[in-house]
Design a protein around this ligand. Structure first.
Ligand SMILES: [Zn+2]
Length: 459
C-alpha cells in the first residue's frame, strides 16, 4: 500500500544557516509578489481595453496562471527584478510561484463553483511580517545523513537536527520510502524540516478486527469510548493554557508596534511576544500528541471505529463552545482516524450529522425531543435508564455499526432515501450556524440510514 506521509523533525540552525533560510524565504516572497503584481496588471489592462471596445483577439495577451507559465515569465525578468537571483536556490522562487499558482487556481475554482468549502479570496501580497517563513525543495540533493542527526538540503547544506530522524532513515535504508520534497519552516519559535515521503506500508490488521468502538468526542474529556473508558485531555494542557492567558495579559501591557505611527516595539514587548509564541507552540504540541496517541491506539485495536460527523465549522461559529472545540481538535482527530484506519486495515464509520446520538436512549432506543448541553446525565423517561451523557452517546454510535452491517445495502442506497431530510437540515445550518450541533437540530432519521462510510485517504 503506497501512501504519502509527512515526517517532521525539529532543526537546530546556526545563526548563519538561519540567515540563509531567510534569504530563501525572502526570494520566494519576491517572486510571489512580482508575479501577483504582473497577473493583476494584465487583468486590469485587459479590462480597460475591453471597456474601450478593443476586440478580444487584439487584447493584451493574458498571462498563464500555471506554475510553468509563471516560472517562464519570472525567468525572463529575474536578472532585472532580482539581480541577486543566483545567490539562492531556484527552488526558493519556485516556492513562491507555486503558492501563487495554487492560490489563483483555488480562487478560479471557487468562483466557478467547482471547489468545495468556503469561498476563496483572490491571492494577496505576502508581507515579511505576516507570512510564516517557509521554503520548499523538490529537486536536488535531499537526504538524511547516516548519523541520522543531520539532513542535507540544496544550497543550505548540512543542517543539524534537534531529534533523531531514525524513523525516516530506517524506511529509506529498507527502500520502502522515497523523499519527494523537503520544506524548511518556522513554527512558532522553532525551525522544522518536513519531508513529504512516498511510503510503501505493509498491510496490517487491527488486533481485534471484529470489535467495534463508538467514540464520543467531548469537551470535558478528550473522548468517551463505548467501552466505558474516559480518555483524558493531555496532561499539562490546562496548565499550559493558564500560562498562555497570563503571558497574553503581560504582552498587552507592554509597548507594541504601531503601524500608523510607525512606533517600534520595545525590547520587553519583543521578549514577551516570543514567550507567548513558545507557549502557543507548546499547547499545540500537547494537543497534537494527545490526538495522535488516541487515534493510533484506537485504529490499531478496533476493526471498526464509529464517530459523529460533527459540523465543526458550524460549531465554531458558536463562540461559547468554540474555544473548547478548537482545543479538542475534533476535525483533526477525525482526519487522523480516517487515514489511520486505512493504514491499519480497519474502517471508520461516520454517523450522520443529524443522527441524535446524545438524545437517543442506548437502552431502549427512545429519542428525547430536547436535551440541554448542561444535562450531563442521560435520564430515560421510557425505561428509566440513567447514564453519563457521553457514555450513552458513544454506546449509540457503536450500535450504529451493527445496523450498518445488517442493512447490508451500503451507503449509496441509504443516501438517496434521506435526501429530503438532509436538505432541510442544511437549511437549518444556514439560518443559525451556531446552533447546528449534532443531536440538537434537524430531524430524527431512521437509524439504519444515519450512517455513511468515510472514504479513507490511504489505499
Ligand atoms: Zn430508555
Amino acid at each position: 500500500m503506497k501512501t504519502i506521509q509527512a515526517y517532521r523533525f525539529a532543526l537546530d540552525l546556526t545563526p548563519g544557516q538561519q540567515r540563509d533560510v531567510y534569504a530563501h524565504v525572502g526570494a520566494s516572497r519576491v517572486a510571489h509578489n512580482w508575479a501577483l503584481a504582473r497577473v493583476k496588471a494584465v487583468m486590469e489592462q485587459r479590462r480597460a481595453e475591453r471597456s474601450y471596445g478593443v476586440p478580444d483577439d487584439l487584447l493584451t495577451p493574458s498571462l498563464s496562471w500555471s506554475l510553468a507559465g509563471l516560472r517562464k515569465a519570472w525567468n525572463a525578468v529575474k536578472p532585472d527584478v532580482a539581480p541577486w537571483w543566483a545567490e539562492v536556490s531556484k527552488e526558493a522562487f519556485n516556492t513562491g510561484l507555486d503558492a501563487l499558482a495554487r492560490g489563483l487556481s483555488n480562487w478560479a475554482d471557487s468562483r466557478r463553483g467547482v471547489r468545495a468549502g468556503r469561498p476563496v479570496g483572490f491571492p494577496r501580497f505576502k508581507s515579511r511580517r505576516r507570512t510564516t517563513p517557509s521554503v520548499r525543495f523538490t529537486t536536488g540533493a535531499i537526504r538524511v545523513e547516516p548519523d541520522r542527526m543531520h539532513v542535507v538540503l540544496p544550497r543550505l547544506g548540512r543542517l543539524k537536527l534537534h531529534e533523531s530522524a531514525r524513523k525516516l532513515a530506517r524506511r529509506l535504508e529498507a527502500g520502502t520510502a522515497r523523499i519527494m520534497s523537503a520544506t524548511v519552516r518556522r513554527d512558532g519559535a522553532r525551525w522544522h524540516v518536513s519531508f513529504t515521503v512516498e511510503v510503501e506500508r505493509a498491510g496490517r490488521a487491527p488486533a481485534r478486527p471484529d470489535a467495534v468502538v463508538g467514540v464520543d468526542l467531548g469537551i470535558k474529556h478528550l473522548a468517551v469510548l463505548s467501552t466505558g473508558e474516559l480518555v483524558d485531555n493531555p496532561r499539562h494542557l490546562a496548565a499550559a493554557q493558564t500560562r498562555l492567558r497570563a503571558l497574553g495579559r503581560s504582552l498587552s501591557r507592554k509597548t507594541g508596534p504601531d503601524r500608523r505611527t510607525g512606533r517600534r516595539p520595545s525590547k520587553r514587548w519583543e521578549r514577551a511576544s516570543a514567550r507567548l509564541g513558545r507557549a502557543h507552540a507548546r499547547v499545540a504540541n500537547l494537543r497534537r500528541d494527545g490526538l495522535h496517541k488516541l487515534s493510533t491506539r484506537l485504529t490499531r485495536e478496533y476493526g471498526t471505529v464509529v464517530v459523529e460527523d460533527l459540523n465543526v465549522a458550524g460549531m465554531l461559529a458558536n463562540r461559547r463552545l468554540a474555544r473548547h472545540i478548537c482545543d479538542a481538535g475534533f476535525a483533526e482527530i477525525r482526519r487522523q482516524l480516517a487515514y489511520k484506519t486505512g493504514w491499519n486495515g480497519g474502517r471508520l464509520l461516520n454517523a450522520d450529522r443529524w443522527y441524535p446520538s446524545s438524545k437517543t436512549c442506548s437502552g431502549c432506543g427512545a429519542v428525547k425531543a430536547k436535551l440541554a448541553l448542561s444535562e450531563r446525565e442521560y435520564l430515560c423517561q421510557a425505561c428509566g435508564l440513567v447514564l453519563d451523557r457521553d457514555r450513552n452517546a458513544s454506546l449509540n454510535l457503536a450500535a450504529l455499526a451493527a445496523q450498518f452491517d445488517t442493512a447490508g445495502s451500503g451507503p449509496v442506497a441509504a443516501r438517496g432515501a434521506d435526501r429530503k431530510t438532509r436538505v432541510r437540515g442544511q437549511e437549518a445550518v444556514k439560518r443559525e450556524p451556531g446552533n447546528a450541533i449534532a443531536g440538537q437540530t434537524g430531524t430524527v432519521l431512521p437509524q439504519h440510514r444515519a450512517i455513511d462510510r468515510v472514504p479513507t485517504k490511504a489505499h
